[in-house]
Design a protein around this ligand. Structure first.
Ligand code: AP5
Length: 221
């Protein structure tokens, strides 16, 4: 299954993507995590991306498209994948159409998470993230068992530098201006299913199973 998760910053894309990945046993491609990896390894891409990310702006299309194209070529994507955070501009959406077209495949589903921007600002101030395995926590809604330590791999959790309120507000503006408009293209193709981003976090697994029901088949225990 080829799935795209769409929604504003902090809407719960990563939380759902990780869950769906476990259910369907397909990889998640999170451009934000890939770029943060490039930044921490101080690669050429990372050095170029860093300032944009810290300001809450989009990294130039050509850098992100190249990363995604390379990632989609890997063997583990042959049975499907989940895109989280890509595409975010019309140019990226065109590139995705081209990449999938060259492989003779299409997207199966676009999940669009709808949430109030003020909810997002509070959530992101409380988010903690594992830089080693990508697990996502929230100090109020989904805390780790041991303070600031990842339940899944034991690494020290960090707060993302772009989760400061003024940066989050800019990311929300960028989403409205540059990213939301591309949803139209997927609506025209009847690919979009809406998900409510404001339900309690513990209800997300049930919501995901409901929406993905027809695709889960034997994957559910
Ligand atoms: P990226 O890392 O993609 O950030 P984002 O899209 O802004 O999304 P987030 O990761 O902040 O949030 P999310 O929706 O995944 O929510 P989460 O599940 O973590 O991008 C960062 C930067 O990288 C961009 O600004 C840009 O510079 C660059 N970039 C990335 N992709 C790019 C691209 N394609 N092109 C150009 N530049 C790109 O949840 C958030 C928090 O809320 C967590 O603490 C979670 O536990 C909690 N939570 C989730 N759901 C609930 C709930 N229902 N109730 C309570 N708490 C909840």
């Amino acid at each position: 299954m080829r799935l795209l998760i769409f929604g504003p910053p902090g809407s719960g894309k990563g939380t759902r993507a990780r869950l769906i990945s476990r259910l369907l046993k397909i990889p998640v491609i999170t451009t934000g995590d890939m770029l943060r990896g490039e930044v921490s390894r101080e690669t050429e891409v990372g050095l170029r991306a860093k300032a944009y990310m810290e300001r809450g702006e989009l990294v130039p299309d050509e850098l992100v498209i190249e990363l995604v194209e390379e990632r989609l070529r890997r063997e583990d994507c042959s049975e499907g994948f989940i895109l989280d955070g890509f595409p975010r501009t019309l140019r990226q959406a065109d590139a995705l159409d081209r990449i999938l077209g060259e492989r003779g495949v299409t997207l199966d589903l676009v999940l669009n998470i709808v949430v109030d921007p003020e909810v997002v600002v509070e959530r992101l101030s409380l988010r903690r993230w594992c830089p080693r395995c990508g697990a996502i926590y929230n100090l109020k809604y989904d805390p780790p068992r041991v303070d600031e330590i990842c339940d899944e791999c034991g690494a020290q959790l960090i707060q993302r530098s772009d989760d400061r309120e003024e940066v989050v507000r800019r990311r929300l503006r960028v989403y409205e201006e540059q990213t939301r408009p591309i949803l139209e293209r997927y609506m025209e193709r009847s690919l979009v299913r809406e998900m409510r981003g404001d339900i309690p976090i513990e209800e997300i697994p049930r919501e995901v199973e409901e929406v993905l029901g027809p695709y889960l088949g034997n994957h559910l225990d």
